[in-house]
Ligand binder design. Structure first.
Ligand SMILES: NC(=O)c1ccc[n+]([C@@H]2O[C@H](COP(=O)([O-])OP(=O)(O)OC[C@H]3O[C@@H](n4cnc5c(N)ncnc54)[C@H](O)[C@@H]3O)[C@@H](O)[C@H]2O)c1
Length: 333
């Protein structure tokens, strides 16, 4: 069993990780699922824990990570009279974790919740760091809070049913963790075919990297920005395609974002080529939108000031540097 300690809770990584949590202290339990995690993950969880819980199901997909989705959850909690000593178990990908965590944090001014991430993205990224929320007024994660779960229980077995494109979407964050923080980890993932990957070890290494960064800077005032590598361009690319009515996966956008941001980094040509060829061979990279359109998106991002765009870049493979500002004109030429 691998346990990573965060500020006031633990992240357990192992098959049957749900046995590491004591459900018996709660007056009532509710499990939040979507139709996919209900079909593929719930039977495994129930077989492991044997808990008695009410089931709340919401439709899958980012388009349901909104107020209506929250209302479904709050309605179900209220209709089943869950009191303040209840627990919400979020069994799903990042959408379930973000929205379930937010709904739990606001229901009756906050009840306990745990994260049981079932997608690779949620295992290595969304379920660590306490960011919870929903999309609002066409803006991602516009409404939300920072709040920690009572525990994160990661069972790599859930990856067996995850579609390949979703696995790759999560793997982008793994690549990011290696590039920003650990050159040995980078070598390991670069030299191991996906089918041979030891996911338990990969998840553990990624969680340790993210957790260390987040513990030092929980509210994103400084070094937590390291986790933005690839995401400044990535978010703009994702928004560009969304506006075109051809949404792409977050990970696909970030994979291209990491190539573009590696090219802006002060690393040598060989390293840039190494990064670019690994990413292009591993992910299905979207066609690069016009630079001018991407820069317009980035200028409107709340993280940027006036005409300057703020990046996290690499200063070597396995090492990163925050607050690298470029004026828009510098990026165009
Ligand atoms: N809170 C954070 O720090 C943080 C960080 C990164 C991303 N996020 C958020 O996470 C969300 C994306 O997460 P995601 O990629 O997990 O998306 P998701 O929750 O939509 O899951 C992707 C798809 O995979 C399905 N699925 C999940 N696990 C499965 C399994 N084991 N077997 C079969 N199907 C399964 C889901 O039903 C869904 O259709 C976004 O909303 C993003 O904003 C949050």
């Amino acid at each position: 069993m691998r346990e990573v300690k965060s500020n006031d809770y633990s992240i357990f990584i192992e098959t049957e990780s749900s046995q590491s949590f004591d459900f018996s202290t709660y007056s009532q339990l509710a499990i939040l699922v979507d139709e996919n995690t209900k079909r593929d993950c719930l039977p495994i969880f129930l077989e492991e824990t044997n808990v008695d819980a009410i089931l709340i199901e919401i439709p899958s997909g980012e388009e349901h990570k909104n107020l209506e989705g929250c209302q479904l959850i709050w309605n179900a909690l209220s209709a089943n009279h869950l009191d303040r000593n209840s627990l919400l178990i979020n069994l799903g990908g990042g959408v379930i974790g973000d929205m379930g965590g937010f709904a739990a944090s606001t229901y009756k001014r906050g009840i306990d919740f745990i994260q049981i991430p079932t997608s690779l993205l949620a295992m290595v990224d969304a379920s660590v760091g306490g960011k919870l929320g929903i999309d609002f007024a066409y803006l991602k994660n516009q409404i939300g809070v920072f709040n920690n779960p009572k525990a994160v229980l990661i069972n790599p077995v859930f990856l067996n049913s995850l579609p390949k494109n979703q696995l790759l979407s999560g793997f982008t964050e793994v690549v990011k963790h290696a590039l920003i923080a650990d050159k040995y980890y980078w070598k390991e993932i670069k030299n191991t075919p996906l089918e041979k990957m030891n996911w338990e070890s990969v998840i553990h290494q990624s969680v340790v990297i993210k957790n260390n960064i987040v513990m030092q800077d929980p509210l994103e005032k400084g070094d937590r920005k390291k986790l933005n590598f690839g995401h400044t361009f990535g978010h703009a690319i994702e928004s560009f395609y969304l506006k075109q009515g051809k949404p792409i996966l977050h990970g696909e956008a970030v994979s291209l974002g990491m190539i573009l941001e590696s090219n802006l980094s002060k690393i040598n040509k060989k390293e840039k080529q190494e990064i670019s060829s690994f990413i292009s061979n591993t992910f299905s990279i979207p066609k690069q939108p016009p630079l001018r359109a991407l820069l317009d998106w980035m200028k409107s991002d709340k993280k940027n000031r006036k005409e300057k765009i703020n990046f996290t870049l690499l200063n070597g493979i396995g090492s990163s540097i925050i607050n690298q500002e470029f004026i828009v004109d510098e990026l165009l030429y």
